[in-house]
Design a binder for this molecule. Structure first.
Ligand code: PMP
Length: 286
């Protein structure tokens, strides 16, 4: 079956789905995106994704291409046309097509592109045995809370991790604190069993998985503290993990050359992964 994508109002064969060379996303990375999980044919955590999209668009002063309701219908139609049950929808909004000039163009229409594909979750070994991360300097800009398509530092970091045989790179700010991964949020568990992750300020992307997991953990009686933690604290922690739409909750068992705890996924991480994935099995919450 041919894969179908959506470009500015039209459903097209994926192979011929394209935007203009003077789209400002292509020229300036002037746009934002979302990656949504599709579970049982429906988008998961749709309201959280739409709220974040609105915040990202607002930060860049890009007009919303359509209402959240209309966008929800487009997503469902794309999922239907691709006969997708479990997968990922990628959604991108750029400022639009205009002659190349750094200043915002007048009267430009934002470009909206959506693609869909089957899920590529981490391997069963990665889930069961945990993954390694490397530490790299955080060289990104000051508005990492905006889900901008400008992902060059993230791509360089992920490539560096891959070449080092690691799953992810944890980015370290000038104060020696772990901000987040290149496409995932970073977490540790303390000796007291408290779960710690960086606060949702301008230094990190407030992951939808992060938001949901904080709610789920607290509902289960687990203490969650949002505060920066250092690379040293992470290396000495009994457990560490990462979260994202595609990875859900994934144990981190090695940071650079240091094993985390016994080098094996810990009980709090495993419990959080189970708690996070249980509602999915019962169907989306919204
Ligand atoms: N941080 C960054 C930098 C990311 O790119 C992502 C994934 N888009 C995340 C965190 C995790 O966000 P989410 O849980 O919404 O997938």
């Amino acid at each position: 079956m041919a894969r179908i994508s959506y470009v500015n109002g039209r459903f097209l064969p994926h192979a011929s789905a394209s935007v203009h060379v003077e789209d400002r996303g292509y020229q300036f990375a002037d746009g934002v995106y979302e990656v949504m999980a599709i579970r049982g044919g429906a988008p998961a955590n749709e309201a959280l994704h739409f709220a974040r999209l609105e915040r990202s668009l607002g930060a860049l002063r890009i007009a919303a291409p359509m209402s959240p309701r209309a966008l929800g219908l487009v997503i469902r139609e794309l999922v239907r046309r691709n006969r997708l049950s479990d997968g990922i929808v990628y959604l991108q909004v750029t400022r639009g097509v205009a002659p190349r000039d750094h200043r915002f163009p007048d009267h430009v229409r934002p470009s909206l592109v959506l693609t869909a594909r089957r899920a590529r979750p981490p391997s069963p070994e990665a889930v069961d045995e945990g993954v390694a991360v490397i530490a790299i300097p955080d060289i990104r800009w000051g508005r990492c809370d905006v889900k901008a398509i400008a992902l060059l530092p993230n791509a360089l970091g992920k490539q560096q991790a891959w070449e080092a045989g690691a799953y992810e790179a944890w980015q370290i700010d000038d104060a020696g604190m772990v901000t987040e991964g290149t496409s995932t949020n970073a977490w540790i568990v303390t000796d007291a069993g408290e779960v710690v992750t960086h606060p949702a300020d301008h230094a990190i992307l407030d992951g939808v998985t992060r938001v949901r997991l904080i709610e789920i953990a607290r509902a289960a009686g687990i203490t969650v503290t949002q505060r920066p933690f250092s690379l040293e604290e992470a290396k000495a922690a009994p457990e560490a993990f990462l979260t994202s739409t595609t990875a859900a909750v994934l144990p981190v068992v090695q940071i650079d050359d240091s094993l985390v705890g016994a080098g094996w996924p810990g009980p709090v991480t495993r419990r959080l992964r189970d708690l996070y994935l249980v509602p999915a099995a019962a169907g989306p919450k919204e």
